[in-house]
Design a protein around this ligand. Structure first.
Ligand SMILES: Nc1ncnc2c1ncn2[C@@H]1O[C@H](COP(=O)(O)OP(=O)(O)O)[C@@H](O)[C@H]1O
Ligand SMILES: [Mg+2]
Length: 259
């Protein structure tokens, strides 16, 4: 069986839509018949909550996985969505940067546990808002990185730092790491700033930027409190339609890569 495609969803800025994109892209891929796994690599555990896994239900976690205390099968649990699985996280992951710092293979902890995968088509790694050891582990393990970019001022400045980290990871450990693309999130078409950021992003990054933009939509922000992705919570919402379109485009890019 071919190995799962591993996609790191990364941006060192917080609140830009990483977790929302992991949960909703994951749910849409699962809905298309692709068994998908979300690995919650953020100590805040928002992706875990967002797919209906309460804190009390998090027995084996991504920390246990990286620490080698549980293997991938043991740490994987079902979610509120058919075909979508989760490796949850808990706040103890916040000490991961320190706890794992002295391990010689510290940047390859995730890669080595994913080498035994596992019947999934896609593994989406929801990264924390920092370029520390956890995000580096995701980038080292990944086939590609997907970058949510909030349509606001300064968005592009942070991006150059992330792209530098991607280059370093390519040199150090993962020469085949691909940039899948950049997706504009929380877009407000009535706002000049959103339009300006989109124009700048497209001028600077060209085809890397997804055609689909994710609008600011209240249903997207309500869905996690019900432990559901927006396609389950309100299938006809603009947010649901946007993540469906993003999934189409994501799958088309995957197909292009195979040709
Ligand atoms: N398109 C959107 N429309 C409305 N709210 C959104 C949208 N995308 C994300 N949010 C909200 O913004 C906040 C930050 O998003 P999140 O995905 O958690 O970002 P990150 O994982 O990058 O920190 C969350 O409260 C989320 O519900
Ligand atoms: Mg997050």
């Amino acid at each position: 069986m071919p190995n799962a495609k591993v996609i790191a969803i990364a941006n060192q800025k917080g609140g830009v839509g990483k977790t929302t994109t992991a949960v909703n892209l994951g749910a849409c891929l699962a809905g298309r018949g692709h068994p998908t796994l979300i690995i919650d690599l953020d100590p805040q555990g928002n992706a875990s909550t967002g797919v209906g896994c309460p804190v009390k239900g998090r027995n084996a976690t991504s920390y246990d996985l990286l620490a080698g205390r549980h293997d991938l099968a043991e740490a994987t649990m079902p979610t509120s969505v058919d075909n979508l699985s989760l490796v949850p996280s808990t706040p103890d992951l916040s000490s991961g940067d320190i706890d794992f710092a002295n391990r010689p293979e510290r940047i390859k902890l995730l890669k080595s546990v994913l080498s035994h995968s596992n019947g999934h088509d896609y593994i989406l790694v929801d990264c924390p808002p920092a370029l520390g050891l956890l995000t580096v582990n995701a980038l080292v393990a990944a086939d590609a990185v997907l970058v949510p970019l909030q349509a606001e001022f300064y968005a592009l400045e942070g991006l150059s730092q992330l792209l530098m980290t991607v280059r370093e990871v390519r040199q150090a450990a993962n020469p085949d790491l691909r940039l899948d693309g950049v997706v504009l999130t929380m877009y407000d078409g009535r706002n000049n700033l959103s339009q300006q950021v989109e124009a700048d992003a497209r001028a600077t990054l060209g085809e890397l930027v997804y055609d689909t933009v994710i609008p600011r939509n209240v249903r997207i922000s309500e869905a996690p409190s019900h432990g559901l992705p927006v396609i389950s919570y309100d299938p006809s919402s603009t947010g649901s339609r946007a993540y469906t379109a993003l999934t189409d485009e994501f799958l088309a890019r995957q197909k292009d890569m195979r040709q």
